[in-house]
Write a protein that binds this ligand. Structure first.
Ligand code: NAP
Length: 291
């Protein structure tokens, strides 16, 4: 059977349409959904991700406030900007792009965001709700993986899922969601840089999700036939002077083993932009409804 490509764009288009319609409703009711974003890095890829988020908001009618602080910003100034957005009554949602300065944790940032505006789930209260199975927001990347699997009828119920990466932005919340009875109902293994014999773990999986930022770490020899592969990463590198974007998975060899696989680019990335829009609109709707 030919390998199915799990393309993100059709899924993203459906989610964008939903966000656009709900934004129009809010505007009719006199509320302009507004996202405040912060970037405290000179990383070019992170800057590009921010540009894409602003374009996506623009496209559906969400307003944005853009704060590009650069990597030499002091922690105090970074926290001040986040707190100002968090208390600004004209802002519905706050998103802080990673990478953060090395000494600043996602909890340092999250605890300064009003949990009702914390659309990427950095606030400790929101993390607790997510782990408890009653999330206020599902982080955009996690929601994107879920949307993509659902759109292509990939059920994780009763399946063995291996996640490569344990960051508190992606790997850990995704593991929680996939584990829950009301969520993915899967048996979940989370791997990281100290995992011994990664290939032995990935070979046990019905579904492999990679979010580690290591180009082509996982190849076909590390997968079992019939696996579904979701590659969250988009790693930029130069080969023979040419720039290219690759995932954590060696696509060509992995495709030979897979029942279905996301391309990079064009898989999870576009869906993540769209799920963030959905979270911003949700935050704005709740504020309009006085929740
Ligand atoms: P991160 O905070 O750097 O975490 C990377 C994780 O990968 C860590 O848990 C790390 O282990 C693990 N890891 C690193 N090398 C490994 C190895 N050789 N074997 C196994 N595990 C390894 O990154 P992140 O913020 O979660 O982002 C992960 C990737 O997703 C990045 O490539 C990022 O660009 C991408 N991303 C994509 C989207 C999207 O929409 N598609 C959105 C956001 C981010 P330790 O914990 O032991 O260090």
């Amino acid at each position: 059977m030919p390998t199915k490509r799990l393309l993100g764009e059709p899924v993203a288009e459906r989610l964008r349409t939903n966000a656009r319609d709900r934004t129009a409703d809010l505007r009719e009711r006199g509320h302009v959904p507004t996202l405040g974003t912060v970037l405290a890095s000179d990383d070019r890829a992170a800057g590009r991700f921010m540009d894409l988020k602003h374009d996506a908001c623009d496209d559906v009618g969400i307003e944005t406030r853009d704060h590009r602080l650069g990597s030499d910003v002091s922690d105090e100034e970074l926290f001040r900007v986040v707190e100002r957005l968090s208390t600004d009554p004209t802002v519905d949602a706050v998103f802080v792009q990673t990478p953060l300065p090395p000494e600043v944790s996602t909890l340092d940032i999250g605890s300064r965001i009003d949990p009702r505006k914390d659309v990427d789930c950095f606030h400790p209260e929101n993390r607790g709700l997510l782990v408890g199975g009653d999330p206020r927001f599902v982080p955009a990347t996690v929601a994107a993986v879920e949307e993509l699997l659902a759109a292509y009828d990939v059920s994780t119920d009763g399946r063995d899922v291996v996640i490569v990466g344990r960051s508190d932005a992606i790997g850990v919340p995704l593991a929680n969601r996939l584990l829950q009875k009301s969520g993915g109902n899967a048996t979940v293994t989370v791997c990281h840089s100290h995992t011994r014999d990664l290939a032995a773990k990935t070979r046990t999986a019905d579904v492999v999700v990679t979010a580690c930022g290591v180009p082509e770490l996982v190849d076909g020899s590390m997968l079992s036939p019939g696996v579904v592969v979701v590659d969250v990463s988009a790693n930029r590198r130069r080969v023979d002077g040419e720039r290219e974007v690759v995932g954590d998975v060696d696509y060509e060899s992995a495709k030979e083993k897979s029942r279905a696989i996301t391309p990079v680019p064009g898989g999870v990335g576009p869906v993540t932009l769209a799920t963030l829009l959905g979270n911003v609109v949700l935050a704005a709707e709740r504020r309009t409804d006085g929740e």
